[in-house]
Write a protein that binds this ligand. Sequence first.
Ligand SMILES: *[C@@H]1O[C@H](CO)[C@@H](O)[C@H](O)[C@H]1NC(C)=O
Length: 531
Amino acid sequence: MGSSQHAVAKADEALLAELGYKQEFKRAFTPLEVFGIAFSIIGLLPSIASVLYYAMPNGGPAAMVWGWAVASLFILCVGMSIAELGSAAPTSGGLYFWTHSLSSPRCRNFLAWIVGYANTIGSIASVASIDWGCAVQVMAAVSIGSGQTFTATSGQTFGVYVAIVLSHGVVCCFGTAVLARLQTVYVVLNVALCLAVIIGLPAATPKEYMNTASYALGNFTNLNGWPDGYAFILSFLAPLWTISAYDSSVHISEESSNAATAVPWAIVSAIGIAGILGWAINVSLAFCMGSDLTYLLDSPIAQPMAQIFFNSFGQNGTLALWSIVVLVQYMMGSSMMLAASRQSFAFARDGALPFSSYLYRMNGFTKTPVNTVWFVAGFSVILGMLSFAGAQAINAIFALSATALYIAYAIPITVRFVFKNDFKPGPFNLGVFSLPIAIISVSFMAFVDIVFFFPTTPQTSVADMNYTVVVLGGILFLSVMWYYFPVYGGVHWFTGPVSNVGKVSEEAASSIRGSVEKNLHANVGEATVEA
Ligand SMILES: *[C@@H]1O[C@H](CO)[C@@H](O)[C@H](O)[C@H]1NC(C)=O
């Protein structure tokens, strides 16, 4: 380790101590790897594949191309507002820590509580929706392989989903170093996949599926029956869900070097690159998908993007490309679970989650918060059970991840400006544009949250009802109840982020005990072999 690197590590540790926390994680992530986390969670092409199903019927090509462009600009504003906060105070509690330190003392505990819960639900819903998307893609691969004779039942898809979630649990327990090194592989595969679609797809598509520019860029096809304007806004779910969870870089602040600069730039550049590449992918798809959208949506493969590939690349080409899509989506799920488990760890550190004292434990052997990893995995499996409530119910976890995270993003951005506080900008700041950008971000998020509380089709039955409002509203309601609960409620003891500088933590002690024991066992093992 060079001396400059050593100085960066010291500065990181000093900034964290100023915020009230001691260094518990290893700073295993370089700036490029922090970007890798944000970018791989966006997981561009596989994500677009997962949500093409929502963009396509709500406006067709025009929604894919122009809905994406409009929404990405707003998302970039949100990302810049978050990046400013992340640069000023890079701590793994992130949104929730900022809310507490920037609010008025009268409501800081309550607001931090709500943000912590919204962030936890949003992160877990992101894990669930990514892994659900992955399960659907695996089933699409089987359908392609069977020559479109196989269509998965929801029981089969759920089984694959559970297997994926559990395997991610195992991956996230291995330790930060292995996951950090894998980020570079994720980024390279991601970009390669995007280029394959942007360049390879137009080259391979037969004439009968090629669309004219006026169709690809101008046709508005509305299949779900909403008024056109409203449908167009619903199509935003595709970019919103794809370019999301960028606060994940914040949650690994305490594991990254030069965090005050690396974290905000990771957020902004991941959103910028994803916005541009994603737009190019949508344009390529709009030109190469043919004009029979109903067929793409209802085909046996049950994944419009896979069907587009199938029409253009044939069975074997699609299988090859699609297996990379599945792999990248799988990697995206493991990054998201990593971030979600760190977020829950930080929230449990301050005692706010049920069973916090059990969840806030660092495993001495892996040096990772194994208990919060399994908490996230278990909760994801429960969310996945929505798939049995009806065809549309699973959509709720996609909308849930965007809407819950927007509640968690909007509150700290707002409190920074409405309360008197001593906000000190970090190295990344927008100067005079801070306030206007924040106003745009918060208005956009409020608007989007209201829109997604409505059902996805106008004819609401039990199967088609929007479970977003049920799940999110239900969990937030319970968290408020718990906050105000007589005697035991958070209002009586919750004081927001708890400083732990200077305490000799139980974790540190038990990790020392653990490593001593491990050495003992190792020595005993050698002794036995020698004997
Ligand atoms: C869009 O394309 C479809 C299919 O070709 C066509 O039926 C429809 O009239 C077009 N709509 C507009 C607004 O051009």
